[in-house]
Design a protein around this ligand. Structure first.
Ligand SMILES: [Zn+2]
Length: 289
């Protein structure tokens, strides 16, 4: 059969694309019965001459191309499944994708913060850091925070930087034999590191980027607007973790306005870069399973 359904990505995949993807981790199933299927790769036979065993004559074996296909593990041709598969249309494929996307959006509406790794310990991190280095009242900090998250969201939503950054990171990650080498794992548990390494190894960059851009689109919704502060805090909390100069960056000094402005822009840029990393490394496909 030509088509299989990927449970991981919630899409119908065409066997003839197997050259471009490593399907081993896509959780492929028969679209009709739901049983696991496996990929039979395409093969090519060159035209060649051979000696016919009985007549002892030279015969020409024509070239042939066998197209890639999926088959049930049980090995038996299942007429109902084959028949269903041969009737899979463009609109069926689109419908499966649409249903899956709607399902993801529903889950994002409910637990986007949980998916991207926000937790209670992060709450208030910008506010507290700002208070620590500046002698200003809470109301002023809240107003600065409000401006910052608005600017942060504006950049995240309107500039392609998020997706470009995410893609670059994923490509670098895939080129690494040990992807963990790129990260500070000093506080990670062994099981977490193993899980991440397996995830990175199995990851399909193109598919992940589709999910990243979908998540970026989610940021344009009202539901996302309500959690901008948390997304900003999530990004900022990572900066505190590994950038020793971050407190200098948020310190209000008597430096001239241009210098302060550069500092502020740098802060927003750093936070957006962090969010790009978070989006790249979030297991969007796994989040709805
Ligand atoms: Zn089947």
């Amino acid at each position: 059969m030509k088509y299989a359904k990927s449970l991981l990505y919630g899409i119908i995949v065409n066997a003839s694309n197997c050259d471009y993807h490593d399907y081993a981790n896509w959780q492929l199933r028969c679209p009709k019965c739901g049983e696991p299927v496996y990929l039979i790769g395409a093969s090519k036979r060159q035209e060649h001459a051979r000696l016919a065993p009985k007549s002892k004559q030279i015969v020409i074996v024509r070239s042939a191309e066998v197209t890639a296909s999926f088959a049930h593990f049980k090995g038996l041709a299942d007429d109902v499944c084959e028949n269903f598969n041969s009737q899979i249309s463009k609109s069926y494929i689109e419908k499966v994708e649409r249903i899956n996307r709607e399902q993801r959006l529903k889950i994002y509406n409910k637990k986007f913060l949980e998916i991207v790794g926000y937790n209670r310990t992060i709450r208030g991190c910008f506010f507290n850091a700002f208070k620590k280095v500046n002698r200003v009242d809470n109301k002023t900090i809240k107003s600065i925070e409000k401006d910052a998250i608005e600017d942060f969201l504006y950049v995240v939503v309107n500039i392609a930087q998020l997706q470009i950054g995410a893609k670059k990171l994923l490509e670098e990650l895939k080129s690494e034999i040990n992807p963990l080498i790129r990260f500070d794992t000093s506080k990670a548990k062994k099981s977490e590191m193993k899980q991440f390494a397996n995830w990175a190894k199995a990851l399909d960059v193109d598919r992940q980027m589709i999910l990243v851009s979908e998540a970026a689109d989610f940021l344009k919704t009202c539901a996302a607007k309500a959690i901008t502060l948390q997304l900003f805090e999530l990004s900022f909390s990572r900066l505190i973790f590994y950038r020793t100069d971050i407190l200098d960056l948020i310190k209000v000094t008597d430096k001239n306005i241009e210098v302060q402005d550069v500092q502020y822009r740098t802060l927003i840029e750093f936070c957006v870069t962090e969010l790009a990393q978070i989006f790249a490394l979030t297991d969007w496909a796994g989040a709805i399973q």
